[in-house]
Design a binder for this molecule. Structure first.
Ligand code: ZN
Length: 188
């Protein structure tokens, strides 16, 4: 769950000892302080910087930095997490939205790339086929002694700019050139 991640990130980013000091709890060299949760004369509130947890041997209160703020402020752990996020400038609660947008952006870009690549492949396949058709017709016209200038022009245009060619002439090239007339009947 996203919420758990934010909690974990806050616990990793915020030092519980610093938060204690923010609330006027000053742990001594043994990391003990007077407990803010019950009245006492000798410190039994203990802070572990290694574990990033607090525990009171007097009243049994204990937990992590988010529990500490929640209990001190009498607010929910989520509110405490938001408070720490804001006070320490972490902005972890805003990050997921931006992350989501970035991920979406990337995937849209990726699929656009894929579509462009597919379109290029499709265009190349079509252009190769159209080129073959035109060449075949040109050979037939040439063999029949017909003028091949228009066929040459079409072939040049196709080679130069397949996309423009298809836009101008359509994808069906078979009708662009006249069929070669049948060879004249032989006479005796
Ligand atoms: Zn206590």
């Amino acid at each position: 769950m996203r919420g758990d991640n934010v909690f974990a990130e806050i616990k990793a980013a915020v030092d519980i000892a610093a938060v204690c000091r923010d609330y006027g709890i000053e742990p001594d060299r043994q990391n003990k302080a007077l407990c803010p949760f019950h009245t006492e004369k000798t410190p039994s509130f203990s802070v572990s910087r290694e574990k990033q947890r607090y525990h009171c041997f007097g009243c049994g209160e204990g937990g992590d930095v988010i529990d500490l703020v929640a209990n001190l402020e009498k607010i929910s752990p989520l509110e405490a997490a938001r408070k720490l996020d804001m006070n320490y400038g972490l902005n972890l609660f805003e990050t997921p939205k931006n992350d989501g947008k970035k991920r979406l952006g990337t995937s849209v870009l990726e699929s656009k790339k894929r579509r462009r690549k597919a379109a290029r492949t499709e265009m190349k396949t079509w252009a190769d086929g159209a080129h073959d058709d035109l060449c075949r017709k040109r050979r037939a016209l040439f063999a029949a002694g017909q003028d091949c200038a228009y066929a040459d022009f079409l072939l040049d245009s196709l080679e130069e700019d397949p996309l423009g060619f298809r836009a101008a002439y359509g994808s069906d090239v078979s009708a662009l050139l006249p069929a070669a007339p049948p060879p004249p009947p032989e006479r005796d």
